[in-house]
Design a protein around this ligand. Structure first.
Ligand SMILES: [Fe+2]
Ligand SMILES: [Fe+2]
Length: 294
C-alpha cells in the first residue's frame, strides 16, 4: 500500500484524486467480473488497499480545500485602506460632489488630518490596543458617504465603509465598529457617541477649521462658513492625559470673522465635541486667540 506522501503524487487536487479512485474502482470491478482472471491474491489485496487509500486521501484533501476557502480575517491597517483604488476613487468623488454644491474641502487633506488626529488622540490617552488604528481608518473613511449625497452622508458612508473593509478582509467585529463610528460622526444626522473610536473621530473632525479648506477664490462672495474657515489661521488639537483635557486652540483673524460668528455656526459641533471628550473621561476646552471659551 502506498504511503500518504506517495499518495500526494497521484494528484494535487480533489478532482485528480477522484479520477484515481474511479480507476481503482474500475480495476476492482473488472477483477470481480472475471474471477477466473489469473491474478494472485496479493495483487487483489493491493488493489483493495489502493481503493481504501484513495478514499482516505480524498477525504483529507476535501477538508484541506474546504478550510482554504474560509477567509481568515486580516489585521487591516490605515495603509492598507489607503492602498485601495476604490477608497481613493470614492474619496475623490466625495470631494468633487462637495465642491459641486459649494462646500469647503472634504477631500484627502481633510480625511488624512482627521485620521491622524483621531489615532493620536486615543494613543495619547493610553489606548494601546487596536482602537487607535481603527479610529484612524474611521477618520479616513468618515466622509465617504458624500459621494452619494451630503444628506445622511454619515449613514451611507457607514455602509460604503463596511463593504470596503470586509472586502479588504477586516474582521466583521472591527469593520462593524468602524462603520458605527462613521454612522455616528454627524450630530445633525442623529449621531451619538457610542465608542472611543466614535469620540476620537468626532473630536478630530470638528477640530478641522482652517482657511485652506475654503475653495471660493472670491472673498467678496464668501458665505459665513467660508469666512469663518478662512479666518481660522491655526487650529491645534492637543491632549493632556494627566489632566484629562482635550483642547482645541484656534487662532482667528478677527478682521475676517468674529468669535460670535464662529459660535453661531459651530456651536452644535463644539457641544458634540464636548460630549465626545466626556465619553473619553476628559474635559473639552476651546481656546480662541488665547482666551478660554469652554
Ligand atoms: Fe461628515
Ligand atoms: Fe468631516
Amino acid at each position: 500500500m502506498p504511503s500518504e506522501d506517495e499518495g500526494e503524487l497521484f494528484g494535487s487536487s480533489v478532482k485528480v484524486l477522484h479520477s484515481y479512485r474511479h480507476l481503482a474502482e474500475v480495476n476492482w470491478q473488472s477483477l470481480n467480473d472475471h474471477p477466473l482472471t489469473a491474478l494472485p491474491w496479493d495483487a487483489w489485496f493491493v488493489l483493495k488497499c489502493s481503493l481504501a487509500f484513495a478514499e482516505k486521501v480524498i477525504a483529507r484533501k476535501c477538508s484541506q480545500e474546504a478550510s482554504a476557502m474560509i477567509i481568515e480575517p486580516k489585521l487591516i491597517m490605515l495603509e492598507d485602506v489607503k492602498a485601495s483604488e476604490k477608497v481613493q476613487t470614492f474619496i475623490r468623488l466625495s470631494d468633487e460632489q462637495m465642491e459641486a454644491i459649494g462646500y469647503t474641502e472634504h477631500g484627502f487633506r481633510h480625511v488624512s488630518l482627521v485620521a491622524h488626529n483621531a489615532r493620536r488622540l486615543l494613543q495619547e490617552l493610553g489606548f494601546n490596543d487596536r482602537q487607535p488604528e481603527l479610529a484612524a481608518i474611521a477618520g479616513y473613511l468618515h466622509d465617504v458617504g458624500n459621494m452619494i449625497s451630503r444628506i445622511m452622508h454619515s449613514k451611507t458612508g457607514a455602509v460604503i465603509a463596511l463593504n470596503l473593509l470586509l472586502e479588504l478582509g477586516m474582521s466583521p467585529d472591527e469593520a462593524g465598529a468602524v462603520a458605527a463610528a462613521i454612522g455616528n460622526h454627524d450630530e445633525q444626522e442623529g449621531g451619538a457617541i457610542i465608542s472611543p473610536i466614535t469620540a476620537a473621530v468626532v473630536i478630530a473632525d470638528k477640530a478641522d477649521v482652517h482657511r485652506s479648506r475654503v475653495r471660493n477664490p472670491n472673498m467678496a462672495a464668501f458665505d459665513i462658513h467660508d469666512r469663518i474657515n478662512y479666518a481660522a489661521q491655526q487650529a491645534l488639537l492637543s491632549v493632556n492625559p494627566r489632566e484629562r483635557t482635550i483642547t482645541l486652540d484656534l487662532t482667528i483673524d478677527l478682521s475676517i470673522g468674529s468669535v460670535f460668528e464662529y459660535f453661531e455656526i459651530f456651536m452644535s459641533r463644539m457641544l458634540f465635541s464636548r460630549k465626545a471628550a466626556e465619553f473619553l473621561g476628559c474635559r473639552y476646552r476651546l481656546v480662541i486667540n488665547g482666551v478660554p471659551m469652554l
